[in-house]
Design a protein around this ligand. Structure first.
Ligand code: AMP
Length: 401
């Protein structure tokens, strides 16, 4: 962040899209904490921060009369937690995002103070990348810092368009954004080998581009979670009632053939923990993943798969993990994901570089308290996925012109 912040008003885009409980209290403040180094740096260097972020999807969940549900989506909900974390700093809230009141409050800020403006998505122009809105946002500061990696894959007014109103020397990435880019780049460019990618989660279709890219990049690809069964069905296996995307069977075979040609090892879970219902109370049995009886479904990887995957992970020098190995939200089907998380932590201890990116695998690592035992935990689900797929993210691109 090579900017002179002294006596400057700094327009800072962060990702404070945090989960709230029904009393609108923040239940996981990870994203706020991860933005603190940037905020504190700006304040310490004599600047004042005008913070903007989105929270939820207020345009999609409007009141019956078509108005914004302010009570639910106001960014004011994050202010108590932010104030607590910024102990001793004056944190104010502005009930509008842009316009006269926001400009006046920003102008009145003193060095070392923070102003949080209202949810950027209250204005429909935000998601459209509206120029007029971005111009009004730009009036709130003389410098622009983007630290919102979690939203960098969106070409929105506050994440991309606004950057064009600041000259190259008046804008910069925040520390979080820099770290996210540096760590993902470490996996993409000249990784230490073997490089093992662990891909899980529900659907092949969501991770298709990632898998294609990984076949060019990785030495080993471990596939777990619901998406594995599309591969098994494509190979002629019986998968019972397991999750499947019938319109991706050809694609699954194409990916397997491409991997074989490129001599990339693909590991599918040989066995699965199956259940007779999608429920934590269902009857359970371990089965070969290619031989799941009718009426049963694979909801987690089995012991054989856990053993094989662990071995591959422990022999890796670079590890990328995106997506859970099973329905880890239900305790009886969380073992596979937990075992993999432990293996990634162990490999890291042995000297491997590990990057965990993508909402659910991050949640698994956090739940197990292993977040400080992997090399880097990304704050960006979709953004990290797109970065790894090799796409240039609009939030990053906008800072370059
Ligand atoms: P994703 O957002 O694509 O990473 O997918 C995460 C979701 O996939 C989680 O909610 C898991 O419960 C779900 N999932 C993982 N494995 C399975 C499975 N075998 N069957 C059904 N859903 C699964």
């Amino acid at each position: 962040m090579n900017l002179d912040f002294k006596d400057k008003k700094v327009l800072l885009r962060v990702d404070f899209n945090v989960p709230l409980n029904d009393k609108f209290q923040v239940t996981d403040d990870t994203r706020i904490r991860r933005a603190l180094p940037t905020i504190k740096h700006i304040l310490k260097e004599g600047g004042a921060a005008v913070i903007m972020s989105h929270l939820g999807r207020p345009q999609k969940k409007k009141n019956e009369d078509g108005s914004i549900n302010v009570e639910k989506f106001t960014l004011q909900h994050v202010v108590p937690q932010l104030s607590k974390l910024l102990k001793g700093v004056k944190v104010m809230f502005c009930p509008v995002t842009v316009g006269k009141q926001a400009k006046e409050m920003a102008k009145a800020l003193k060095p070392g103070e923070v102003l949080v403006v209202e949810n950027t998505r209250f204005d429909a122009g935000e998601s459209k990348g509206d120029e007029a809105l971005a111009k009004k946002m730009a009036q709130l500061g003389s410098l622009y810092v983007n630290d919102a990696f979690g939203t960098a894959h969106r070409k929105h007014a506050s994440t991309a368009t606004v950057a064009q109103f600041f000259k190259p020397k008046k804008k910069a990435f925040g520390f979080l954004m820099e770290a996210e880019i540096a760590n993902a780049t470490k996996v993409l460019n000249n990784p230490e080998r073997p490089l093992t990618a662990i891909v899980g989660g529900a659907k092949v279709s969501d991770k298709m581009l990632l898998l294609e890219k990984l076949i060019d990049l990785a030495d080993n690809i471990i596939v777990g979670g619901g998406m594995a069964y599309t591969f098994f069905k494509a190979q002629g296996g019986n998968i019972g009632n397991s999750l499947v995307e019938d319109d991706r069977l050809k694609l699954a075979n194409k990916l397997l053939a491409k991997a074989k040609k490129k001599k990339v090892n693909i590991y599918l879970p040989k066995d699965s923990m199956t259940a007779d219902d999608f429920s934590p109370k269902a009857k359970r049995a371990v089965k070969y993943s290619k031989r799941i009886p009718k009426g049963w479904m694979g909801l987690d990887i089995g012991e054989k798969a856990q053993k094989e995957f662990t071995e591959v992970i422990l022999n890796s020098k670079t590890i990328l993990w995106n997506g859970p190995m099973g329905v880890f939200e239900m305790k009886p089907f969380a073992k596979g994901t937990k075992t993999i998380a432990k293996a990634v932590a162990k490999a890291t201890k042995k000297g491997a570089f590990s990057l965990v990116g993508g909402g659910d695998s991050v949640a698994a690592v956090n739940q197990m308290g292993l977040n400080d035992q992997v090399s880097y935990v990304s704050t960006g689900g979709g953004a990290m996925l797109e970065f790894l797929e090799g796409k240039e993210l609009p939030g990053i691109k906008a800072m370059k012109s």
